[in-house]
Design a protein around this ligand. Structure first.
Ligand code: ATP
Length: 292
C-alpha cells in the first residue's frame, strides 16, 4: 500500500472574529470599533492548510456546528484541496470561534470551542481508515485530549508516525507522548513539559520552535539548531501552525528530519512576512522561490 504524501490532521476548526478599537471597553460599556475581520482559524485547520499548500494530500478530521460559519470553513478547506469527509457537522452546536479584541499592541481573546469540544474518541474511531491510511498523523491539543489519544492509538496500531504539537499546552497523558514520534513545542510549551516526569524519555523526539531564533531538533543526544531567516516581520500569527503543517507534509514526502525542519523553518519565516494565519502560509512554489 502506498502511503506517501498523505497527511491526516485530527484537530480544531474555528472562525476567528477580530475587532479593532482605540481602547478596550470598560465593564458594562459599549464603544465603537474601527474595523472587523473574519478569518478561518483553529490550529488543526491552520496546520492542514499549511500541509496542503506544500502539495500533501490532506484529510481533515474534526467538527463544525450546523451554521453558516461551519459551512464557510468547510468550503474554505475544500478550496485548499483538503478532504473534509471526516469533518462532522454537529446539530444544535455552534462552530468554534475565537473572538479577539485588538487595541494598540494589546489583545483580549475569548475562545468558544463549540463543536470542537464534541470531537470524541468515538467520532475519531469512525474515521479509523483515514488515519490508518495516512503517511503522517498531525495532532494538536485544541480538541478533547481523549480524542487526541484515540487518534494516536489508531496511528500506533498501524505504524503511522505521529507529530504531536502540544499546543495550547495542557498536561499530556504519558501514553500520548510515548505514542508520538515527534513532539513540537514552542519555547513556552517546552518549559512546561520540562516539569513532567516523562521529559527525559521524550527529549530525543523533540523538534523545538524558537521564534526568531529558528528551530532545533534532537540529533545524536543533543539539540541541533537551525537559525531563523532574517525577514521583515509583519504578523507572527500562525508561524507555529505553518511550521507544523509543513513539517508533516515534508516528512510525509519522505524527507529526512534535518531537511524537513529546514523547510519548515523557511516556510514559517515566510509566513511572518504576511498578515493573517492562513493568509500568510506559503505554497510550495513560493517556498522554492524563497530558497533559490
Ligand atoms: P505562533 O503562536 O505565533 O504561531 P509559536 O509560538 O507556535 O508561534 P514560534 O516558535 O514563535 O511558534 O515560531 C514558529 C517558527 O516560525 C519558528 O521556529 C521560526 O521558524 C518561525 N519564526 C517565528 N518568528 C520568526 C521571526 N521573527 N523571524 C523568522 N522566523 C520566525
Amino acid at each position: 500500500m502506498s502511503r506517501k504524501n498523505k497527511v491526516c490532521v485530527v484537530g480544531s476548526i474555528n472562525m476567528d472574529l477580530a475587532v479593532n478599537a482605540e481602547r478596550m471597553p470598560e465593564q458594562g460599556e459599549t464603544i465603537l470599533g474601527e474595523g472587523f475581520a473574519m478569518s478561518p482559524g483553529g490550529k488543526g485547520a491552520n496546520q492542514a492548510v499549511a500541509a496542503a499548500r506544500m502539495g500533501a494530500e490532506v484529510e481533515m478530521i474534526g467538527a463544525v456546528g450546523d451554521d453558516s460559519f461551519g459551512r464557510l470553513l468547510v468550503s474554505g478547506l475544500r478550496d485548499e484541496g483538503i478532504r473534509t469527509e471526516g469533518v462532522r457537522t454537529m446539530p444544535g452546536t455552534a462552530t468554534g470561534t475565537a473572538t479577539i479584541i485588538l487595541s494598540g499592541g494589546d489583545n483580549r481573546i475569548i475562545v468558544a470551542p463549540g463543536a470542537n469540544q464534541q470531537v470524541s474518541p468515538e467520532l475519531v474511531r469512525t474515521q479509523k481508515e483515514k488515519i490508518a491510511g495516512s503517511s503522517v498523523l498531525l495532532l494538536q491539543l485544541e480538541i478533547p485530549i481523549e480524542a487526541v489519544t484515540a487518534a494516536a492509538e489508531i496511528a500506533s496500531d498501524h505504524h503511522v508516525p505521529i507529530i504531536l504539537n502540544p499546543a495550547p499546552y495542557q498536561k499530556v497523558p504519558g501514553e500520548l507522548v510515548e505514542a508520538a514520534s515527534y513532539i513540537t513545542p514552542n519555547v513556552v510549551e517546552d518549559m512546561a513539559m520540562r516539569q513532567e516526569s516523562f521529559y527525559s524519555r521524550i527529549e530525543h523526539k523533540l523538534i523545538l520552535t524558537k521564534g526568531e531564533e529558528g528551530a532545533a531538533y534532537s540529533a545524536k543526544g543533543k539539540m541541533e539548531t537551525i537559525p531563523s531567516y532574517q525577514v521583515d516581520v509583519k504578523d507572527t500569527t500562525g508561524a507555529g501552525d505553518t511550521f507544523n503543517g509543513v513539517l508533516a507534509a515534508r516528512l510525509a514526502a519522505g524527507e529526512s528530519i534535518p531537511d524537513a525542519v529546514a523547510a519548515s523553518n523557511a516556510a514559517a519565516a515566510l509566513s511572518v512576512t504576511k498578515t493573517g494565519a492562513q493568509a500568510g502560509m506559503p505554497t510550495r512554489a513560493e517556498l522554492e522561490q524563497f530558497l533559490k
